[in-house]
Design a protein around this ligand. Structure first.
Ligand code: DAH
Length: 345
């Protein structure tokens, strides 16, 4: 054994020390220091070893020279890789890898939109009362959106629901009521449906208006449906949705497609743990009424034989009242800080 084995051993030790030093550096200056120490041309450790080759017999030199070149190559590659890591801003050095006290990163799992919660809850309650959930097109004709609903195009109610007109005589529906007509055209009574969906109006986007918003329509038509069924169904719905002590009131109103028409208001009553009762103001939650015989006639139902009631509400408005949301735009701006609050509702 001679100097050859000794030098090769030295080279191998130097290799592992250099690799460890590279793993420990955390900035470009540290990296440069390691490079100079091991790979530096004059004073670098490998150069120093190579200089000692001269003292070896000529036949032994290539063995040590080859090993020195291998170590040089390995170190040069490791150095380049570490440089790229540092440049990419990653520090995979031992300290970075070892901090087990950091909280885990849980994936963002998404949240249901608060209006989706409200729509589903409302439809679920009506399902329990025998109503099916159906949908209809958002691009409508004037017939379905206005005329069949007993609203002539020059009627002021048509103006109030000014909407966006498309090509080919279509318009974006200004309410979900056209689905009443579409359903009655396709099915004979009894009909009991709820219809969630988007509607469109030429409204400015502000705290209480959006040009595209949600509605839920309801319709029940059969033989022998009376005003009592109408009031009882909507009162029962209101108590199931807002709580068993909720008070309900029907105020006279007007819609072209119902006669008589009403606005339905609720007053929420909550009993606190100490027994005191808290009452909200009256909150307007929907328009409603007994289906106008003219609408039944338009779909080919015999208005002497069939009667029914209809209602329409805004789940966005209901979600605002239910969750205390002050601005309708929060629903539509897509800020996750808003949405993630509804993850566990
Ligand atoms: N379509 C009405 C609106 O958008 C809401 C409405 C009122 C629907 C009374 C109804 C109803 O079915 O009976 O303003």
């Amino acid at each position: 054994m001679g100097d050859v084995d000794g030098l090769i051993h030295e080279l191998k030790e130097l290799e592992s020390r250099a690799l460890k030093a590279l793993g420990d550096v955390s900035d470009p200056d540290g990296l440069e220091a390691v490079r100079v120490e091991y790979l530096g041309r004059k004073e670098g450790r490998i150069s120093q070893i190579l200089r000692r080759l001269g003292a070896l017999p000529g036949t032994e030199r290539p063995t040590v020279g080859q090993e020195a070149n291998r170590v040089k190559g390995v170190l040069q590659e490791a150095l380049d890789a570490r440089r790229r890591e540092l440049e990419a801003g990653r520090d995979s050095g031992p300290e970075a890898r070892a901090d087990l006290t950091l909280p885990g990163r849980s994936p963002w799992v998404g949240a249901r939109h608060p209006i989706t919660w409200v729509v589903d809850e409302i439809c679920q309650i009506f399902r329990g009362l025998g109503f099916s959930r159906v949908r209809g097109p958002e691009a409508e004709t004037e017939w379905y959106n206005f005329v069949a609903l007993n609203t002539p195009l020059d009627h002021p109610a048509a103006d109030e629901q000014d909407t966006l007109y498309l090509q080919g005589g279509h318009l974006l529906r200004s309410h979900t009521s056209p689905v009443q007509v579409r359903t009655m055209e396709r099915f004979d009574p009894p009909v009991r449906i709820v219809v969630p969906g988007m509607v469109y109006r030429r409204d400015t986007y502000d705290a209480t208006h959006a040009p595209a918003f949600h509605q839920i329509e309801g319709l029940a038509v059969d033989e022998g449906i009376t005003f009592v069924d109408f009031k009882a169904t909507l009162a029962e719905f209101s108590r199931r949705f807002w709580g068993p002590d909720t008070q309900v009131r029907f105020r006279p109103s007007f819609f072209p497609f119902t006669e008589p028409s009403a606005e339905v208001d609720v007053k929420r009553v909550v009993t606190l743990p100490d027994g005191t009762r808290e009452e909200s103001d009256w909150l307007e939650i929907m328009g409603a009424g007994m289906v106008d015989p003219a609408v039944l006639e338009n779909v080919g139902y015999d208005p002497e034989r069939f009667t029914g009631f209809a209602f329409g509400m805004g789940p966005g408005r209901i979600a605002m009242l239910k969750y205390g949301i002050p601005d309708i735009r929060l629903f539509y701006d897509g800020d996750v800080r808003f949405h993630r609050q509804f993850r566990h509702v």
